[in-house]
Design a protein around this ligand. Structure first.
Ligand code: DX5
Ligand code: ZN
Length: 225
């Protein structure tokens, strides 16, 4: 299996120790910090906005992968990029003018992603695939950490991977929700490139070891020769 990436989600961290959570990620094998922004309208939960993203950026040593679960994300794209977002992902379901929003993200200097809810068909991305650095395939209904992985997501990943290979767009597939050691291998085999992991990392006894274990899945352990 090709090398994959791990993006721990700070949503599952202890917010009174946010600094500590970022330190854990900094000193781990993680590739990104996944930051979940929720507005209480697009999803039934509220988390934080750009001021917190700005604070996280000051201490994070890994790129910020900012997942906007908000309506009218076009209003805030520039502000999140200025706050330190390296990748900005908006929801397909929140964007009637998706193509325009993606161009705004790129013009801001960030990488552009689209997230799709569990009920959204990957084929709907066909006409924007060339504009996408990543697609977040939601494997839970967005809004909360700690939910159960929806297995129907795996064939979606496979289908999307085929679309990306056929069109040769280089788009990365990120899977978000309910990911852990029990399902990561199947997800990667289906073609995912990035594993978001919230609870499985931050509720683990040793979060850094969990990150290494998630990174090690499917990797060649080396030969004795
Ligand atoms: C869900 C968020 C996820 C969440 C994942 O709405 O987008 O990023 O933090 O958390 P776990 O890994 O606990 O499902
Ligand atoms: Zn997320």
């Amino acid at each position: 299996m090709p090398r994959h990436f791990v993006a721990p989600s700070i949503l599952a961290a202890d917010f009174s120790q946010l600094n500590g959570a970022i330190e854990i990620i900094n000193e781990s094998e993680a590739d990104y910090v996944h930051v979940d922004v929720m507005d209480g309208v697009f999803v039934p939960n509220i988390t934080f906005g750009m001021l917190v993203v700005e604070g996280v950026k000051k201490i994070a040593k890994k790129p910020l992968d900012v997942h906007l679960m908000i309506v009218q994300p076009e209003k805030y794209v520039e502000a999140f990029q200025k706050a330190g977002a390296d990748i900005i992902t908006v929801h397909y379901e929140a964007c009637p003018h998706l193509h325009r929003v993606l161009q705004m993200i790129k013009d801001s200097g960030a990488k552009a992603g689209v997230a799709i809810n569990p009920h959204t068909n990957v084929e709907l991305l066909e006409d924007v695939l060339e504009d996408l650095d990543q697609v977040i395939v939601m494997s839970v209904n967005p809004g909360f950490g700690g939910q159960k992985f929806i297995y129907r997501t795996i064939p979606k990943v496979r289908k999307l991977k085929n679309m990306i290979i056929q069109r040769n767009t280089g788009t990365l597939i990120e899977i978000d929700g309910g990911v852990g050691l029990h399902n990561a291998e199947a997800i990667l085999q289906a073609g995912a490139d990035i594993l978001v992991a919230g609870s499985s990392v931050f509720k683990a006894k040793d979060p850094q070891k969990m990150i290494s274990d998630l990174k090690a899945i499917g990797q060649d352990k080396g030969s004795f020769v």
